[in-house]
Design a protein around this ligand. Structure first.
Ligand SMILES: O=C(O)CCC(=O)C(=O)O
Length: 332
């Protein structure tokens, strides 16, 4: 359990760019815990109801399959999403230029915090909640959810550029995403990329399906600009990172990632945090977190066990993860 502070320069940089890379934020134990959870998620992906391989899905999409094999995963109506991609004239594969045609995997999973204490400890009791409170200037911080993103060696599938706000059932802009690398990550193995300053464009973009820019059916916001088509027109930045570092971006910052052209994995987990001005707001295209216990009412502050308050702590050294397990361990 620890707290770290950000400097005024770091806060200025985050406000200006909509993204900041902070070094040595996570402890070795936290990173090790997260790695073992993520490895477990990957190993059990064939029986998971929330784990998807976007590389495999994309292959089937571009082979024009109408029924997509997603194993036991049941969070998305993938066949419905794919039908929309097939009818989108602008849709095209977003694949890394790599001669290897081998067996990559772009693994995605969500809401691991409900089952894995390692995610709760890192998400609730690391330095991140206090850092996020300072970055957002928010007194209170809720943990919204976690998402795992793994690109196995030689994964060609890119992560289409997108903005996160429209994926979440919220309104209000005090929200950040902390991307936590569990392996060294850089341009070659698909570190995340950010359009600097895009959080100030004054636009909210519809969610897309990661394998293509095609927007989710029913989403009402405009489509994200086609960054992949004209990358030189945008101020795209990325950071070379090591385990322990964290990249934090604003919920309105447009971002994406390349494939993994190397022989080493790129494992990462992303924690999403919200602040004081966020209210629950359901909208077409936003994906409910699996396993919700008590969905807040429209317009309400996040005051339910599904969005734990992780900052402030009632007293220094208090473990929200331990308290949570004690209170809700049997329910969630
Ligand atoms: O890791 C990736 O490929 C994408 C990450 C991302 O979009 C996020 O953390 O919001």
């Amino acid at each position: 359990m620890s707290t770290l502070s950000i400097t005024p320069e770091q806060k200025k940089c985050f406000d200006r760019d909509g993204v900041i890379c902070l070094r040595n934020v996570m402890t070795e134990t936290e990173v090790d815990d997260l790695r073992s959870v993520v490895d477990q998620q990957v190993a059990t992906r064939h029986t998971s109801s929330t784990g998807y391989d976007f590389e495999k899905i994309s292959k089937q999409v571009w082979e024009r399959k109408n029924t997509i094999n997603v194993g036991a995963a049941a969070r998305f109506d993938v066949d419905g999403l794919v039908a929309v991609i097939h009818s989108d004239e602008m849709a095209r594969p977003l694949l890394e230029n790599d001669t290897h045609t081998g067996e990559g995997c772009f693994f995605y999973d969500v809401a691991g915090w409900r089952q894995h204490a390692g995610i709760r400890r890192a998400g609730f009791d690391s330095s991140l909640p206090s850092i996020v409170s300072e970055l957002l200037g928010s007194e209170t911080i809720n943990f919204w959810e976690d998402t795992t993103f793994v690109k196995a060696p030689r994964t060609r599938q890119k992560t289409a550029f997108h903005q996160d706000l429209s994926y979440f059932q919220i309104k209000g802009d005090q929200c950040v995403i902390a991307w936590i690398p569990l392996d060294p990550a850089n341009e070659a193995n698909g570190v995340t990329q950010y359009v600097r300053g895009s959080h100030k464009w004054g636009e909210v973009y519809a969610p897309n399906m990661f394998v293509s820019q095609t927007v989710f059916p029913g989403a009402e916001d405009p489509k994200c600009p086609d960054i992949e088509a004209d990358p030189d027109d945008y101020d795209i930045i990325s950071f070379d990172v090591e385990p322990g570092d964290v990249i934090i971006h604003h919920v309105l910052t447009v971002h994406g990632a390349g494939g993994n052209r190397t022989d080493n994995p790129r494992r990462a987990i992303s924690f999403r945090y919200t602040g004081d001005n966020v209210r629950y707001h359901d909208k077409p295209g936003a994906m409910p977190q699996p396993g919700m216990v008590l969905t807040p009412k429209e317009g309400e502050r996040l005051r339910t066990p599904d969005y734990p308050i992780v900052w402030p702590k009632p007293w220094p050294g208090f473990s929200t993860a331990a308290a949570y397990a004690e209170t809700f361990g049997k329910v969630i």
